[in-house]
Design a protein around this ligand. Structure first.
Ligand code: ADP
Ligand code: MG
Length: 359
């Protein structure tokens, strides 16, 4: 089996590392020099729409996947004519556009945030009159880690519109949430689904900072799985699909967005589950049977952003460090640390101590 991956970041790197036992060969395509996955797999250095590279994948691979949702959907469509691509271009196109995501949530009766479509400054003026100033202007495309989002507060519509670069956007009402949760689910080729327990996520400035799993609540777990099942079926999805939710004060799950790939909030599964999200994704797209998925511990994950701390013990028994080998840059994800404990209280205390020690 040979798998091509569009995108060679840390997600591709961990897909390769975590599925080593299946003897799969990987080829990664990435425009940057020495992306994280290039240490572990053959890497073609080119843009994602380079026809020669795409033809090489068609020639040599059985299936192609992505580590990044903003690959041109035209490239996926070109590949799809010749080989299997999971997730497919239809699913990825929806996940590339916040408006299409909201529409598919609503179509499937999944509660989502209140929003208005913004194409012009006058749309923004009336949307702010309608939804108020406790709102966020989010570009429809190319948003990640809180990028391309403007909080309205005291800004005038005109200033916000200029700051946004006048791109197609949505104006979204802020949710007064009590927590943020994500469901990481896998759908196989035969349409079976498997779920990790809900994860609780803590963000700082729009970027994931800490994840803790499991978030134990049977009825929310069932609800999140029901939403995921509807979406993944509608998208004819194969592989890992993640939905991010707000949990409001009435204990309702409100879908925020989804990711057609393995996700930062699932990094804990490397140590904390019987099969990691990375291996599970590769198994699903290669049609290797998954028996069961479960968490075997309480797990925490801390992201390392901007700068690699110099006081991390690489050989610690207490935690595990993942260094993506990337150069330092403000708000760039450089690595993460995972911790596990049989006891949640103990885990939270370990996370807090580690946070104080390292950051
Ligand atoms: P990204 O693609 O950058 O992850 P998100 O829409 O998930 O975009 O926003 C990043 C984070 O910003 C969220 O996880 C949340 O903490 C905060 N945020 C985004 N939208 C809202 C909202 N409508 N209400 C409250 N917080 C929000
Ligand atoms: Mg998000």
């Amino acid at each position: 089996m040979k798998i091509g991956i569009l995108g060679g970041g840390q997600l591709a790197m961990m897909m390769v590392q975590m599925s080593a036992k299946h003897n799969i060969e990987f080829i990664v395509v990435d425009p940057s020099t020495n992306p994280p996955a290039s240490k572990f797999a053959k890497c073609i250095s080119s843009s994602f729409d380079d026809k020669i590279s795409l033809d090489m994948l068609i020639e040599s691979c059985d299936v192609v996947t992505i580590d990044f949702e903003n690959v041109p959907s035209e490239s996926l469509k070109y590949l799809e004519k010749n080989i299997e691509v999971y997730p497919g271009s239809y699913a990825v196109e929806i996940c590339q556009d916040r408006l299409k995501e909201k529409q598919i949530f609503s179509k499937n009766n999944i509660p989502t945030t209140e929003y208005r479509v913004i194409d012009t400054e006058s749309d923004l003026i009336s949307a702010i009159e309608d939804l108020g100033k406790d709102t966020i202007l989010k570009s429809r495309k190319l948003g990640y880690d809180g990028k391309n989002q403007i909080t309205i507060n005291n800004l005038t519509a005109s200033d916000a519109w200029i700051q946004s670069g006048k791109n197609e956007a949505i104006l979204e009402k802020k949710v007064d949430f009590k927590s943020e949760l994500s469901i990481i689910g896998i759908r196989t080729k035969s349409g079976d689904t498997f779920y990790y327990p809900l994860v609780e996520n803590f963000h700082q400035d729009g970027i994931l900072n800490i994840s803790v799993a499991p978030y134990e609540d049977n009825s929310l777990q069932k609800k999140a799985e029901e939403y995921h099942r509807k979406l993944s079926q509608e998208l004819n999805y194969v592989g890992v699909l993640v939905i991010e939710f707000f949990l409001d004060h009435d204990n309702r799950l409100i879908a925020n967005e989804m990711a057609p790939r393995v996700h930062n909030s699932g990094h804990w599964t490397n140590e904390g589950a019987n099969i990691s999200q990375f291996e599970a994704h590769i198994m699903a797209i290669s049609d290797i049977k998954i028996q069961d998925i479960f968490a075997n511990n309480n797990s925490g994950m801390l992201n390392i952003l901007s700068k690699m701390p110099d006081n991390i013990d690489e050989n610690s028994d207490e935690y595990k460090l993942y260094d993506y080998g990337k150069s330092e840059r403000e708000n760039r994800k450089l690595g993460h640390i995972t911790l596990t404990s049989k006891n949640k209280k103990d885990l939270l205390s370990k996370i807090s101590k580690l946070k104080d020690k390292i950051f």
